[in-house]
Ligand binder design. Structure first.
Ligand code: NAD
Ligand code: DAU
Length: 350
């Protein structure tokens, strides 16, 4: 018989909880389960922001500043936890093209360190937050969980390594692992290197929006709250150990369409668009079939894109004090490296 799972009154370890999705998840978990206690383990890399967790009390959350590659830090953080969600990762494809080694270290080796400790402690559930990018480019149709993996960037390949390593711990050691593969998220607190926050903040400042190639690359866009709610469902759902679940919105849009929507919401001109040299190995399309998640758990996303993207734009408009300091620091050097010398292929005339 399956053991009932409940995070009520339990300690939940959230690695990478100071990042975009992790911090939204912590806020959402504690809003829905005020009696749970969250332990955040985060190395506070450039993408991890302590301020993403402001407003949470010590009685609700313990913050451990540490690295998932460090067995001691992991052991300290996992002490007394029955539930683990691993969000910690190097997560940006463009950076993985620059420095692939960091990605292999955190996204593969880090999963090993976490899984080893989880096995020692005997956790009740271990969710490895993977990505739809592990399937590689999907030119036609929708990837189901049984598709072969064909990652094509160092980021996607290292996530595929972590994804299958977690699964191997289920097969070999019975660690109660669930793997999730979600599509592109958007929402508050997303680091402004990713498409939506980069374009919103650049447009607010009247700066150019660098569209890679012809702007026809397509992604499936899911609001971060829907992703978090799917994970909360899977955290307690019985009898799914060893399973993998796609999570998607069935809302495909190409980069140019999203860019047009953002400019319209911000009342900014299309002349800000610059077509620039493409990302090497740029995957044309990702598209997941998430019917297994709905069939098994009943979960469906609730936030329609029009509402979600408007609220996201409004969040960035209302929270300049969050993103302006970020855009001054390490980000500035990154931006110069990534875009400073990049060839401009075309402009949009007034
Ligand atoms: P993010 O880059 O915003 O945050 C990553 C967090 O992990 C940061 O807080 C960072 O400090 C922390 N971190 C990095 N390396 C660490 C290490 N070695 N030890 C401890 N902490 C470390 O990423 P995100 O967009 O919030 O993504 C979170 C997870 O979700 C990642 O695993 C990513 O692969 C996955 N994912 C993201 C998306 C998306 O659209 N953003 C979609 C599907 C899956
Ligand atoms: O699919 C899930 C994945 O989505 C996650 O696993 C990753 O962590 C997350 O970063 C995201 O990867 P993408 O590469 O799809 O996201 P990004 O925001 O970098 O790019 C989205 C699309 O926009 C992609 O086609 C590249 C394009 N783009 C991006 C940037 C930053 C541009 O045209 N110009 C840009 O400056």
């Amino acid at each position: 018989m399956n053991e009932p799972l409940s995070i009520a009154g339990r300690r939940v370890l959230v690695t990478g909880g100071a990042g975009f999705i992790g911090s939204n998840f912590v806020h959402r978990l504690l809003a829905k389960h005020p009696d749970a206690h969250v332990v955040v383990l985060d190395a506070l890399t450039y993408a991890g922001r302590r301020e993403n967790l402001h407003g949470l009390r010590d009685t609700q959350m313990t913050f451990v500043h540490g690295d998932i590659r460090d067995p001691e830090a992991v052991a300290t953080a996992m002490q007394g936890c029955d539930y683990v969600l691993n969000f910690a990762a190097e997560s940006h494809v463009d950076r993985s093209i620059e420095t692939p080694g960091d990605f292999i270290q955190t996204d593969v080796y880090g999963v090993f360190v976490l899984a080893e400790e989880a096995r020692r402690v005997g956790v009740k559930r271990f969710i490895q937050v993977s990505t739809d990018e592990v399937y590689g480019e999907v030119l036609e149709g929708h990837s189901t969980e049984d598709w072969a993996l064909n990652p094509r960037s160092p980021y996607a390949a290292s996530k595929a390594g972590g994804d299958r390593l977690a699964y191997a711990y289920w097969c070999t050691y019975g660690l109660p692992v669930v793997v999730t593969r979600c599509s592109n998220n958007y929402g508050p607190r997303q680091y402004p290197e990713k498409l939506v926050p980069l374009f919103v903040t650049n447009a607010i400042d009247g700066e150019m929006l660098p569209v890679y190639g012809n702007g026809k690359n397509t992604r499936d866009w899911l609001h971060v709250d829907d992703h978090c709610d799917a994970l909360l469902t899977l955290l307690e759902f019985p009898g799914i150990e060893g399973e993998t679940f796609n999570i998607g919105a069935q809302h495909e849009l190409d980069v140019l369409t999203i860019t047009g929507t953002l400019l319209e919401l911000l009342n900014k001109p299309k002349t800000l668009i610059r077509y620039v040299e493409d990302r090497p190995g740029h995957d044309r399309r990702y598209a997941v079939d998430s019917s297994k998640l709905t069939r098994v758990t009943g979960f469906t996303p609730k936030i329609d894109f029009k509402t979600g993207i408007r609220q996201t734009v409004e969040w960035f408009q209302a929270n300049e004090s969050w993103w302006r300091p970020i855009k001054q620091g390490e980000f500035r050097e990154y931006y110069e490296r990534m875009y400073g010398q990049r060839k401009v292929l075309g402009e949009v005339k007034a």
